[in-house]
Design a protein. Sequence first.
Length: 76
Amino acid sequence: MLGYLQGTTYVLGSLLVLALLAVGTVGIIAEIKGTWHWAIHLESTVSYIGVFVAGVLLLLLPTAALLLIGRVIVDE
């Protein structure tokens, strides 16, 4: 059971990191290009990824807490 919980936690954590990497990449491109077109891309990317990150965190935080509690109980 803890193996599935650990896998789920790692997958959700990886999705979170990839989402933040995508925002950072678009931000760097927008800064280099410096045009209004890329500023619009950055704004829309941040808003969409913000909704995605909120959903991932909604799942990740309880999953990570359950994994931590499970490890404490199983180790004792």
